[in-house]
Design a protein around this ligand. Structure first.
Ligand SMILES: Cc1ncc(C[n+]2csc(CCOP(=O)(O)OP(=O)(O)O)c2C)c(N)n1
Ligand code: SF4
Length: 276
C-alpha cells in the first residue's frame, strides 16, 4: 500500500462546493479524501454512497465511484453494492437526518448485521438542506425552524446507539480536529465489518444562526467548547455531560462480517448439492 496525496481523491473540476461559507462539510470531505490517501486506495475499487442532504452532496466531490440514492436509504443501497462486489471499499455518507432520523432503522440494522461498510455521519444537529428542522440528534433546548420555543426531546447518542446495535467499530470525531477525524475514518476503513464514524459538525446557516451563533467562527467555538475527550468525560455526571459531545473510540473489536458469513453459508449449500 502506497500513501498518496488527498487531492488525488477530490474531483477538483467540481470545486468549489455548493456548501455555505463556514459549513463543516468541507473539513469532513478533506478528512475522507485524506483517509483514502493514507491507505492508498484504488479509486476504481472505492465507492461513495450517499443519501440526500447538504452532506449527501459529498460524493460529487470525490474522485471515486459514486451512487447518490434516496433520503434515508444510503445504507440499503450500500449493502447491495458491497454484497454484489465484495472487492469494493464502500463509504456511506449521511447527515444526521438522513442516517439517523429517517434512516435510523437502516442504521441499527446495518450495525447489527455487521455489513462491511464505513458509515460517516455528519452530525450538524439539524436538517440543513431543507431549512433547519430538528432531527433525531438536535440537543434539548435548541431552537430550530420546527422547535421555535426550544426543542423538548432528548437527542440520540449515535455512538451509544450503533455500539449497542452491534457495530464493531464506533468512533466520534469533530470538525474542530480534522486530522483526528481523518485518523478515525482511516481506522474505520481498515476495520473489517460495520464501522461507524460520527463527525460532530456545524451548520452556521441554520442551527448556528437560530442559536445565537452569529458567525461560523462562533459556531466552531461553540462546538469546541461543547466537546471533550472520553478521558476527560470519565467520572463526570450525566448532568455535567448534558449537551456535550464526547470524542473518541467507543468500540473496536473483531467480528465476522455479514458478507463473509453469507458467502460461507452459500458455499456450504453448494457443497451439499454437489455431494448429494
Ligand atoms: C423521503 C424524503 N423525505 C424528505 C425529503 C426532504 N429532505 C431532503 S434533505 C432533508 C434533510 C437533510 O438533513 P440531513 O440528513 O441532516 O443533512 P444536512 O442537509 O444537514 O447535511 C430532507 C428532509 C426527501 N428528499 N426525501
Ligand atoms: S445549510 Fe448548513 S449544512 Fe447546508 S451547506 Fe449551509 S451550513 Fe452546511
Amino acid at each position: 500500500m502506497t500513501a498518496r496525496n488527498f487531492r488525488e481523491y477530490l474531483a477538483e473540476n467540481r470545486l468549489p462546493t455548493i456548501w455555505c461559507p463556514g459549513c463543516g462539510n468541507g473539513i469532513v470531505l478533506k478528512a475522507i479524501a485524506g483517509a483514502f490517501a493514507d491507505l492508498g486506495l484504488d479509486r476504481r475499487k472505492t465507492a461513495a454512497v450517499s443519501g440526500i442532504g447538504c452532506w449527501g452532496w459529498a460524493d460529487d466531490y470525490l474522485a471515486v465511484n459514486a451512487f447518490h440514492g434516496t433520503h434515508g436509504r444510503a445504507l440499503a443501497f450500500a449493502t447491495g453494492i458491497k454484497l454484489a462486489n465484495p472487492e469494493l471499499t464502500v463509504v456511506v455518507l449521511m447527515g444526521d437526518g438522513d442516517g439517523a432520523t429517517i434512516g435510523g432503522n437502516h442504521l441499527i440494522h446495518a450495525a447489527r448485521r455487521n455489513v462491511d461498510l464505513t458509515a460517516v455521519v455528519v452530525n450538524n444537529y439539524n436538517y440543513g438542506m431543507t431549512g433547519g428542522q430538528y432531527s433525531g440528534t438536535t440537543p434539548r433546548g435548541s431552537i430550530t425552524s420546527t422547535s421555535p420555543l426550544g426543542h423538548v426531546e432528548d437527542p440520540f447518542d449515535l455512538c451509544a446507539l450503533t455500539a449497542a446495535a452491534g457495530a464493531p467499530f464506533v468512533a466520534r470525531g469533530s470538525v474542530c480536529g480534522g486530522e483526528n477525524l481523518r485518523a478515525l475514518i482511516r481506522r474505520g476503513l481498515e476495520h473489517r465489518g460495520f464501522s461507524f464514524v460520527e463527525a460532530a459538525s456545524v451548520c452556521p446557516t441554520h442551527f448556528g444562526r437560530r442559536n445565537g451563533l452569529r458567525t461560523a467562527v462562533e459556531a466552531f467555538s461553540w462546538l469546541r467548547d461543547h466537546s471533550l475527550s472520553r478521558k476527560r468525560a470519565a467520572g463526570l455526571s450525566e448532568e455535567e455531560l448534558h449537551g456535550k459531545q464526547v470524542l473518541g473510540v467507543f468500540a473496536d473489536r473483531q467480528s465476522e462480517d455479514y458478507g463473509t458469513r453469507y458467502r460461507k453459508a452459500a458455499e456450504a449449500l453448494r457443497g451439499e448439492g454437489e455431494s448429494s
